[in-house]
Design a protein around this ligand. Sequence first.
Ligand code: SF4
Ligand code: SF4
Ligand code: FES
Length: 228
Amino acid sequence: MNKQITFAVSRFDGETSYIQTYQLDYQSGKTVLWWLNAIKEEQDPSLTLTVACRAGLCGACALQVNGDPVLACETLLDPLLMQGQVKIEPLNAFPLVRDLMLDWRGAIARMKSIHPWLEVENDQTSSTGCVQTQMEYQEVKPYVACIGCGICASVCPALAGEGFIEPFLFVKARRLIVDSRSSDRSRQAVLKAVRPYLQNCLHCGLCEEACPKSVSPEKAVSSMVTDV
Ligand code: SF4
Ligand code: SF4
Ligand code: FES
């Protein structure tokens, strides 16, 4: 008989949360996302999750495996198996739509509130271009790798209290403040929007530790504290 894996998956039907187990024949070298798709295709099409790029680029597939937040599409299951069993849960700190699908509406509203878009100076137009040198790009490089997966928010202890926003929003803010193409007006608007929250970061570093793209929201916060 083939070796089997038991998946204990958190389900949410819009009102009630419960755990559902699925058993599948083991295959080596498959990602967590591959297995979740196998569950959907072979056993339960109602299992709901979000996926887009399948290449570690969009952040849509972030979830927890045995309590650790990961990107399902770039995480192999084999090292995470515990005696043939694995627990799959949604990220912490987000409301749910269904099963493993997060409700991002609150986070997106907070994202809009910090003005996270590039507003250039008037002398940079679509005809003249917004040229950035390699040296100038080095300033934004530590922040552009953020894919907005939400993992940093799911581990951030400061988010449990009042007066804080998702750590990746500080990354977005810092990225715009140090971007050579940003206008002074937009830099000031972003800094003003995040300033009330900076003091509430605990500087625990959990966000950086958990980030699958090696981005540090904590460093973004620290560097903006010195800007204030
Ligand atoms: S900082 Fe890292 S963990 Fe947070 S949203 Fe960006 S990529 Fe994800
Ligand atoms: S360093 Fe700050 S932003 Fe990062 S997890 Fe800790 S409290 Fe949250
Ligand atoms: S599906 Fe895009 S990062 Fe996993």
